[in-house]
Design a protein around this ligand. Structure first.
Ligand SMILES: Cc1cc2nc3c(=O)[nH]c(=O)nc-3n(C[C@H](O)[C@H](O)[C@H](O)COP(=O)(O)OP(=O)(O)OC[C@H]3O[C@@H](n4cnc5c(N)ncnc54)[C@H](O)[C@@H]3O)c2cc1C
Length: 379
């Protein structure tokens, strides 16, 4: 077993780390306070290749693989989790189109994602009445002479207001998973409106909106993959997306630990620094150990995906463990800050808020357990 990163992986990691430290971290708190979408930062990230890390060079990607993607995601999340979630969903949409799209669909959209002309791309599966149970979605698409007519509402769509293209799921057939198709929906599609921006607990610089379709007209070539085979596209994409969210949580937790270590070195109580109290040392040690365990699970899942072998179980395990560990770590690091942790002047306050949703989106912890147990029982 070789734990050494390749030269390409090290390069992507370092590129993301430098960019995160110099260009993302300084403004993260202000963007959070102002709920300001990171347009300029995303454009620069596209120029660095961070919007198509696992995308073929032919479409403007850097083709550096899934491990490199996970490493970059950890670095960006360490500085600004709002920017990281935008990057994660954009990379995911680019990968979906590359994997399932026609040559024309790839040529039309992917270069605009990777070069930053599209500020972001979106993944629109969730609906107001169904999140975990996505196979019961109600949005519908009907064939017409000119293409498709789409009706329904998509809920909680990351970057929905700014995405150049959204991969969007709708019912085209029978009830359940076998009657769902995927579509590529361009910005400014007639009949599509964007709902108000959600006022969120965390990730406040990311954009989360509903997308409302009222007889929205899509061209015939908007269908992605085969009709009624869209649910498989969503599930395949989510397996990969879970590696991204696990990496995001790990990056946030690393930032929390960095803050707590610094704080424990300086702050004194009972004549010693906090770091000299064994109770605090244990919190730091447990956090560092859990962070490493999370990283190893993530890199294993990423490695398997990169090798094109089955990785569903490993991605769910990585997501389950990393996101729950990250919330424990953020909680401990917050505790180490005492009352100051509760004050917005200290980054730990934002890190705790940003981390919370990682056990919810792209499949809740309960859904990850369901996936893992199902595969286990199936044998
Ligand atoms: C900030 C943010 C960004 C998001 N971005 C996107 C996006 O870009 N695209 C998109 O499509 N969606 C997005 N989502 C939606 C997200 O994926 C869903 O919120 C998530 O899948 C959970 O669905 P739900 O909120 O409907 O909860 P529900 O499905 O209603 O679940 C509620 C609770 O019940 C539990 N539960 C449900 N079913 C079971 C079961 N069978 N067994 C045990 N427990 C169960 C869940 O784990 C959860 O704890 C986003 C959400 C947020 C908050």
């Amino acid at each position: 077993m070789d734990f050494e990163l390749s030269e390409t992986q090290k390069l992507i990691q370092q590129t993301a780390r430098d960019f995160a430290a110099k260009e993302l971290a300084p403004g993260a708190s202000a963007r959070d306070a102002e709920s300001r979408f990171p347009f300029a930062e995303l454009k620069k990230m596209a120029e660095l290749g961070l919007m198509g890390i696992n995308v073929p060079e032919k479409f403007g990607g850097v083709e550096a693989g899934v491990v490199a993607y996970a490493l970059a995601m950890m670095e960006i999340s360490r500085a600004c989790a709002s920017t990281a979630v935008t990057m994660a969903v954009t990379n995911m949409a680019a990968e979906i189109i590359c994997y399932f799209g026609s040559e024309e669909q790839k040529q039309t959209h992917v270069p605009l994602i990777t070069n930053g002309e599209y500020p972001a791309a979106a993944f629109a599966l969730t609906e107001p009445q169904c999140g975990s149970d996505a196979s019961s979605l109600q949005a519908s698409a009907r064939r017409t002479d000119r293409g498709w007519v789409l009706n329904g509402t998509k809920q909680f769509i990351t970057s929905g207001a700014h995405a150049g293209v959204s991969v969007c799921w709708a019912r085209t057939g029978e009830a359940g998973a076998h009657g769902i198709s995927a579509f590529l929906v361009s910005k400014d599609t007639p009949g599509m409106t964007v709902g108000p921006k959600e006022d969120k607990m965390g990730l406040r610089a990311s954009n989360t909106v509903s997308l409302i379709f009222e007889d929205a007209e899509l061209p015939a070539d908007a269908l992605l993959g085969e009709e009624n085979h869209g649910f498989k596209i969503a599930m395949t994409a989510l397996d990969g997306g879970r590696i991204g969210v696990a990496s995001q949580a790990t990056g946030i937790a690393q930032a929390a630990l960095d803050e707590a270590v610094n704080y424990a070195r300086d702050r004194k109580s009972f004549g010693k620094t906090l770091g000299e109290h064994q109770a605090i040392q244990w919190m730091l040690a447990d956090s560092a150990t859990e962070l490493d365990a999370a990283r190893l699970l993530i890199l294993r899942a990423a490695h398997l995906k990169q090798k094109k072998t089955a990785f569903t179980r490993e991605a769910s395990m990585a997501k389950l463990y990393a996101t729950e560990a990250a919330n424990r770590i953020c909680g401990r690091c917050f505790q180490i800050h005492g009352g100051y942790g509760y004050i917005k002047e200290y980054p730990i306050e934002r890190l705790v808020r940003d981390c919370r949703v990682t056990t919810i989106y792209e499949g809740t912890s309960e859904i990850q357990r369901l996936v893992i147990a199902r595969l286990l029982l199936r044998g």
